[in-house]
Design a protein around this ligand. Structure first.
Ligand code: HEC
Length: 383
């Protein structure tokens, strides 16, 4: 039942409270808008640096310019990256980021090797993301089948049905559409980078922005496009590699990690180019597979909690605190985004439970520690 406002509340005070509410709303919207604006700028800078990293090899080889126009573009991009960095709000990291942007520009000017430029540009891009965080992962699992359908509808006219840049509109385009099956190029791209290109387009080319498509569709396209350079044999071999306990499981712990992995970065981490190619092929085509990892994570969280309770029982609270923190950081935190997306209520309960548990380890009785651990373990029950 709605209660009537008391008559004593004058019209003026109601207007006043409405005004306060509106000002509050406007301020909240403004705060959100400025945050999003920074994130948009940081993302664009990230995309620019990624583009530079991938395209520079087409401009310079062995210290010599092989395409004057490409090289001019690379120089322009390096300068633009510096300018865009200046436009980001001041932060503790900005000084060192600016220094490295200057280094990158100098390296481009000196016609450095492509590998060195890619390292500088990708390293800088990742640190921009750290200093000005923006989300790099899909909120829901990308639907590859939908990606395939959308690709045929929206992209194949230029990029070709199989991605070979041979669609009916391709011949008329300058620059031509990218061959999405080019292995060397594809190896350098992360699904996040593909998502950014699809979202923003590439200025000065026929590649327009597909920002009008829903976010989930753009992720579906990014993952689908990210499979075009890989064979079915690669995918099948990758499935065999993706076994519980394999090192690959530590390299790609969740959907966010998959979204930010290129074949090349994975090869560096695993020290095996074939494994990296096969896993990239398999996991991009079957992103649900990285979601299977949460069970392993939850097992870690459970074990650490049990060990932590045991440490409290033996009177070692310092060890218990470390184990409680590890239960959270190593067990729960990596799967947080996926869980939050799937079951937000459960996610909040576990997070609150972890906090309560740490507080009890700090200053509660053994009984309180045991009781809150029991509650948490019940929430972490598989299934
Ligand atoms: C009208 C033609 C056209 C259409 C339609 C089109 N593209 Fe493109 N696309 C291009 C061109 C041209 C380029 C090359 C841009 C350049 O030179 O950097 C490109 C580049 C790309 C790249 C960059 C690849 C790389 O490695 O740099 C991706 C990814 C891409 N397109 C994906 C898509 C997707 C996904 C769609 C459909 C949603 C799509 N494109 C639709 C013309 C098109």
């Amino acid at each position: 039942m709605m209660t009537r406002a008391p008559l004593s509340m004058s019209l003026n005070s109601r207007w006043l409270s409405l005004l306060v509410l509106l000002v509050g709303l406007a301020m909240a919207t403004f705060a959100q808008a400025t945050e999003t604006d920074t994130q948009t700028k940081a993302k664009q800078l990230w995309q620019l640096l990624d583009y530079l990293a991938v395209d520079y090899g087409g401009a310079v080889r062995d210290g010599k310019v092989i395409s004057a126009s490409e090289y001019a573009e690379m120089q322009e991009f390096a300068l633009t990256a510096q300018r865009q960095l200046d436009e980001l709000p001041a932060s503790a990291a900005q000084g060192s980021l600016q220094q490295r942007a200057a280094q990158l520009r100098a390296a481009v000017a000196a016609k450095a090797e492509a590998v060195a430029i890619a390292q500088l540009a990708h390293g800088l891009a990742d640190d921009v993301q750290k200093a000005y965080p923006f989300v790099m992962a899909p909120a829901v699992l990308p639907d590859l089948q939908r990606g395939a359908v959308l690709y045929q509808q929206q992209c194949s006219a230029c990029h070709g049905a199989g991605g070979h840049a041979d669609g009916p509109s391709a011949a008329a385009l300058q620059p031509p559409p990218t061959d999405l099956t080019d292995r060397e190029r594809a190896a350098q791209r992360t699904p996040f980078a593909l998502h950014q290109i699809i979202t923003n387009g590439v200025e000065g080319t026929a590649m327009s922005s597909f920002a009008a498509l829903p976010e989930a569709d753009r992720w579906a396209l990014a993952f689908f496009v990210g499979t075009l350079a890989y064979s079915d044999a690669d995918k099948a071999a990758g499935a065999k590699r993706w076994q519980p306990g394999s090192p690959a499981r530590q390299a790609i712990v969740d959907l966010a990690a998959l979204t930010q992995s290129s074949q090349q970065s994975l090869a560096q981490r695993l020290g095996d180019a074939d494994v990296a190619r096969e896993l990239t092929a398999y996991l991009r085509a079957n992103p649900a597979q990285v979601e299977a990892a949460p069970q392993e994570r939850t097992a870690i969280a459970r074990t650490r909690l049990e060990q932590s309770v045991e440490a409290v029982r033996t009177g070692d609270r310092a060890a218990a605190r470390k184990l409680a923190l590890s239960a959270y950081l190593d067990g729960f935190e990596p799967v947080e985004p996926a869980l939050a997306a799937r079951d937000h209520a459960l996610f909040e309960k576990i997070e609150a439970g972890m906090m309560a548990y740490r507080a009890h380890v700090q200053s509660g009785s053994l009984e309180q520690v045991q009781a809150s651990a029991q509650q948490l373990l019940a929430l972490l029950e598989p299934g």
